[in-house]
Design a protein around this ligand. Structure first.
Ligand SMILES: N[C@@H](CCC(=O)N[C@@H](CS)C(=O)NCC(=O)O)C(=O)O
Length: 231
């Protein structure tokens, strides 16, 4: 049995089965990406809910030891690529790692792989951060601001991003050719617009390809299992 006791994270979230990949996450769109990918790929894992996102958890020495940026998700894989355990944070990097590990969901040629990575980067640098700010300024603390500049900016960005995705999905089931880690990153953030109560203000129903894509994604049994796990 692998000994993970040198990894501080295991003091707060002990590994029941240290031979398999350990996931540290919570029920948010970024958190769900990793269990969804692991379910799709058939990689065994042990899920640890951080139990929240408060500073006392995210900034604890145990959590910072796997995620120095104090955000979920993070992983500890006892079977890393160089014959040693590896820890990783940033959901996009984790998805790339898992795609390489499994040999699945990142295309089958170099060109296909870079197309998948392109859309993954689009999600990480564009859709995720912009939708996150939309949530802040439309539903959460920023919603009480009288000056509508920030709110309108992120509503505008939200619509622009939905339009980009809708256009890319014209005549396609998935964003980058075959179903891929890019879809596993993008689609959970569409569902989150419901939690932000922002679908109406974005006129979500107008983006017909996006609406069908979200449904197609959540119809997948592995996606449903990944969502269920991520509490
Ligand atoms: N770029 C990061 C973003 C992760 C992120 O924003 N995680 C949020 C939850 S969805 C979080 O942990 N927030 C806690 C905090 O900011 O303290 C990734 O994709 O992994």
């Amino acid at each position: 049995m692998t000994d993970l006791s040198d990894f501080l994270v295991t003091k707060r979230w002990p590994a029941q089965n240290p031979d398999i990949l350990q996931v540290y996450a919570f029920g948010t769109p970024n958190g769900r990406k990793v269990p969804i990918a692991l379910e799709e790929m058939g990689i065994k894992y042990e899920y640890h809910s951080t139990g929240g996102l408060s500073d006392d958890i995210m900034r604890s020495p145990e959590f910072l030891s796997v995620s120095p940026n104090n955000k979920i998700p993070a992983i500890l894989d006892p079977n890393g690529p160089d014959g040693a355990p590896i820890t990783l944070f940033e959901s996009g990097a984790i998805l790339q790692y898992l795609a390489e590990k499994s040999g699945k969901f990142a295309g089958s040629t170099a060109s296909e792989k870079f197309t998948v990575y392109q859309w993954l980067m689009w999600q990480m640098a564009g859709q995720g951060p912009m939708f996150g700010q939309l949530g802040f300024f439309y539903k959460f603390a920023g919603a009480s601001m009288e000056d509508p500049t920030a709110r309108n900016r992120y509503i505008g960005e939200g619509k622009r991003i939905l339009n980009v995705l809708n256009t890319q999905l014209e005549g396609r089931d998935w964003v980058a050719g075959d179903y891929s880690i890019a879809d596993m990153a993008i689609a959970p953030w569409l569902k989150t617009l419901e939690f932000y109560e922002a679908k109406d203000v974005l006129e979500y129903g107008n983006y017909k390809n996006v609406v069908a894509y979200e449904q197609r994604f959540y119809d997948r049994p592995a996606v449903q299992r990944g969502v269920e796990v991520t509490v």
